[in-house]
Design a binder for this molecule. Structure first.
Ligand SMILES: N[C@@H](CCC(=O)N[C@@H](CS)C(=O)NCC(=O)O)C(=O)O
Length: 206
């Protein structure tokens, strides 16, 4: 990759971490620009006009071009590498898990972590508080489905790590910060351990 890569991010966001972890596993150097989402720094007129009209991070900057959406940014970095299956079915299956992550996992597992560990009781709205039981049930269902899938294989797709694992790892490994009990999903726990033992693994706090 010849163009300069800059990640516009909030380091504690799992969505941003996915992109850093993908870059690390591929040995790609990436610069980082931090925004405080709790202070609305991704909602300024400049950010909206220049970086992402959707007002969110992560955004991967490639030279002068910008790719928002974590899984799209990971795909930009990983296309045609060992992190994307070579066969057509495997690539579609990888995308299946990445869409599952965005629809069934992240809105529940990540959102509860944000409300509970980042906003806290004092800053959580009544509307958010009212949604906790439904989000908890949906998050537990997503983790249970992952556990069942991992009961017979080491990785989500095929026989090696792919972007599906990276996308799901990011918020699963910190799910307990949102009150999820990972001891109920032993196959997920074992997979978390395998992922964290990979060569070039990067921790969220690094
Ligand atoms: N689907 C998007 C979600 C991006 C997203 O929700 N980003 C959050 C942090 S994880 C954010 O920027 N929040 C600040 C805001 O909405 O103002 C992705 O996968 O990148």
């Amino acid at each position: 990759m010849t163009e300069r890569l800059i990640l516009h991010e909030y380091a504690q966001s799992g969505n941003c971490y996915k992109v850093r972890l993908t870059a690390a596993l591929l040995g790609l150097p990436i610069e980082r620009r931090e925004y405080d989402i709790l202070k609305g720094e991704t909602r300024t007129p400049d950010f909206l006009a220049r970086v992402n009209a959707n007002g969110r991070i992560p955004v991967l900057q490639i030279g002068e071009r910008f790719i928002p959406e974590s899984n799209a940014a990971c795909f930009y970095l990983a296309e045609a590498t060992k992190l994307v299956p070579e066969d057509r079915f495997g690539r579609a299956d990888m995308l299946r898990w990445m869409f599952f992550e965005q629809y069934s996992h992240e809105p529940n597992v990540a959102t509860l972590r944000f409300w509970i560990a980042f906003l806290g009781d004092a800053r959580m709205s009544e509307a958010q508080r009212a949604q906790i039981p439904a989000r908890r049930a949906a998050g537990e269902a997503a983790l249970a489905l992952m556990d069942e899938h991992l009961s017979t294989r080491p990785w989500f797709v095929g026989d090696r790590l792919s972007l599906a694992d990276i996308a799901l790892y990011a918020y699963t490994h910190v799910a307990e910060e949102g009150g999820f009990d990972l001891s109920r999903t032993p196959h997920v726990q074992a997979w978390l351990g395998r992922t964290a033992s990979l060569p070039n693994y990067l921790a969220m706090d690094d």
